[in-house]
Write a protein that binds this ligand. Structure first.
Ligand SMILES: C[S@@+](CC[C@H](N)C(=O)[O-])C[C@H]1O[C@@H](n2cnc3c(N)ncnc32)[C@H](O)[C@@H]1O
Length: 301
């Protein structure tokens, strides 16, 4: 299966988990896909639902996708912007990076967001409480290669082509607002910050958030699928046995590459939680997931 990669590079991205997640999604094409924690959006790009609502409290990722969805910018703008700014960056280095970062923190321009995301230290995405980007510069000359610009502009092109074919909306809002307004013909896919594993200001998550999310997802009639962590080398997610024990849970092994170095591969057992009783489908998936992935088929039951 060819995976569509988003135009922003982001830590904790689920690119390698897309097949695992999608294979358990029981989705009718007439329903609406609701994603309260959009982040990079890699799961829905690859699922490509016809009707969808994507939300997040991160105003920068939402604004970027809103602008692409409304065609305020396209891949030519991204190409021109990167070529122009990277040319100056290759002469002035950190001075120019800091200039663009400052401009971005004032204007919140999505083109500058793509630029700093691709020029900063290890492609980290991190903000302070005011949503100012605060990752420092990293000098890596290979970033200015024309092939790298082409790669990013192609990613933008792919996303916009999906946007053109489908009816998608993007909103910057809290998950409670998003889920409260869902209806019974919606499928909710959640990828919240993983409890006890996130510490950034912009991405904080506490027990009350986890309780609220559980209550909202399980009290009503809609179907949901949620990603979370099951365990790592040191501990387990205790909420799976307590809070979420009324749901179906499936797991898989996964490695997150944090600093893109072999020694920083973090082995994690990932979990997905579902509320609908489709055990036979889950069993079928377990047996056929590999076959279907090899044949480039998704399972829509
Ligand atoms: C771990 S990321 C999800 C990863 C993503 N789906 C992917 O695969 O690339 C969690 C996201 O939740 C968002 N978030 C944190 N708290 C939130 C809240 N209260 N309501 C909505 N979104 C929130 C963060 O901004 C972040 O984008």
């Amino acid at each position: 299966m060819k995976i569509i990669v988003p135009p922003i590079k982001i830590q904790w991205i689920k690119t390698k988990l897309v097949e695992f997640i999608i294979s358990y999604v029981d989705f009718n094409i007439d329903w609406k896909w609701i994603e309260p924690f959009m982040w990079s959006g890699v799961v829905w790009f690859n699922f490509a639902p016809k009707n969808a609502l994507f939300c997040d409290t991160n105003p920068h990722t939402i604004k970027l996708y809103q602008w692409l969805n409304e065609w305020k910018i396209d891949h030519f703008d991204v190409k021109n912007h990167l070529e122009k700014e990277w040319k100056i960056l290759s002469e002035k280095w950190v001075e120019h990076y800091n200039h663009i970062r400052e401009r971005f923190n004032q204007d919140w321009n999505p083109l500058d967001f793509i630029f700093i995301n691709r020029s900063c230290f290890n492609w980290m995405i991190r903000f302070n409480r005011k949503w100012w980007f605060n990752v420092p510069f990293c000098k890596k000359p290979d970033r200015f290669a024309q092939s790298y610009v082409t790669k990013i502009t192609n990613q933008v092109k792919n996303i916009q082509s999906l946007m053109k074919q489908n009816n998608w909306e993007f909103r910057c809002q809290d998950f409670r607002e998003t889920i409260k307004n869902a209806s019974k013909d919606d499928l909710i896919y959640c990828d919240p910050p993983y409890i006890w594993r996130h510490v950034d200001y912009f991405d904080s998550w506490n027990e009350q958030d986890e309780f609220d999310l559980h209550k909202l997802l399980t009290t009503f009639w809609w179907k949901f699928v949620m990603s979370t962590w099951h365990s790592n080398d040191y501990r387990s997610n205790e909420y799976l046995n307590t809070l979420w024990n009324d749901c179906i849970i499936k797991t898989t092994e996964h490695f997150y590459h944090i600093w893109w170095k072999e020694k920083n591969r973090n082995p994690v057992t990932e979990a997905i939680i579902m509320n609908y009783k489709k055990e036979h489908i889950c069993e079928k998936n377990d047996k056929t997931i590999k076959k279907n992935i090899l044949q480039n088929k998704l399972i829509h039951v």
